[in-house]
Design a protein around this ligand. Sequence first.
Ligand code: COA
Length: 259
Amino acid sequence: MEYKNLLFEEVNNIAKVTINRPDKLNALNNETFRELNQLFDYIRKAKTISVVIVTGAGEKAFVAGADINELSVLDKKSGSKFSLFGQSVFSKIEKLNKPVIAAINGFALGGGCELALACHIRLASENAKFGQPEVNLGIIPGYGGTQRLARQIGKGRAMEYILTGDMISAAEALRIGLVNKVYSSDELLAKANEMAEKIVSKGKVAITASLNSINAVDNLSLEDGLKLEADEFGKCCETDEFKEGTSAFLEKRKPNFER
Ligand code: COA
């Protein structure tokens, strides 16, 4: 598949999606959103893909936000539409039936921070810088930032970063739980790949059931979430994966799950 603003490759059940506008610090224009939308539809259905890594081209940025050239001409109606479309693409990523790891290799500002937040796991390089600087432009985060940042780091901290527009260093992002791990720039992609390989080696149904159950935390009461967990647990118990996993343990060997 050929895209203008994305690079896509698939190796050993791992897909790598690279936002590829390095001369614009990978800013997300409408065309890039349309391409992401299409690519993630493909990834959802692709049986050979088990895990996805999302990163940015070049050494400077993951994604430096929505494309401000396109933003600058919006009005009330087109602004809401713009926000809803971006939200729908990022929700598609969040709800994907396969884990998505963000390998954040530099600036992750505005839409870049929101893209990282929509991914399931965030790994950052030491030079990564996060932030929601939209107030500097007279707007607010429109691709889920007010909701996902608050859920990820707490309402008080989200208030601080969204109201001030301050940037967050990788070390601070790690401290406040915005990212899972920080690596040197040289190591980042290899570490993301290592984690992806580990996940690929597990049972596919169990991985998807884990995603469904954990994602439900945002929408369900504890009681309903526990019910969902029990349903997903039950579904796992009727799979060949479950038979293989438990037999392997009892036979003191490594499980061999189908890829
Ligand atoms: N939209 C459109 N273009 C962008 C962009 C964005 N969000 N972020 C960076 N670019 C472009 C710059 O305009 C510049 O293009 P040019 O070479 O044609 O002039 C190029 O990317 C390089 O950026 P530059 O600003 O020169 O790099 P820098 O190292 O001096 O600064 C940043 C890096 C990230 C601090 C700065 O680019 C920035 O503040 N970007 C906007 C961040 C933002 O507000 N994002 C939220 C948008 S809602």
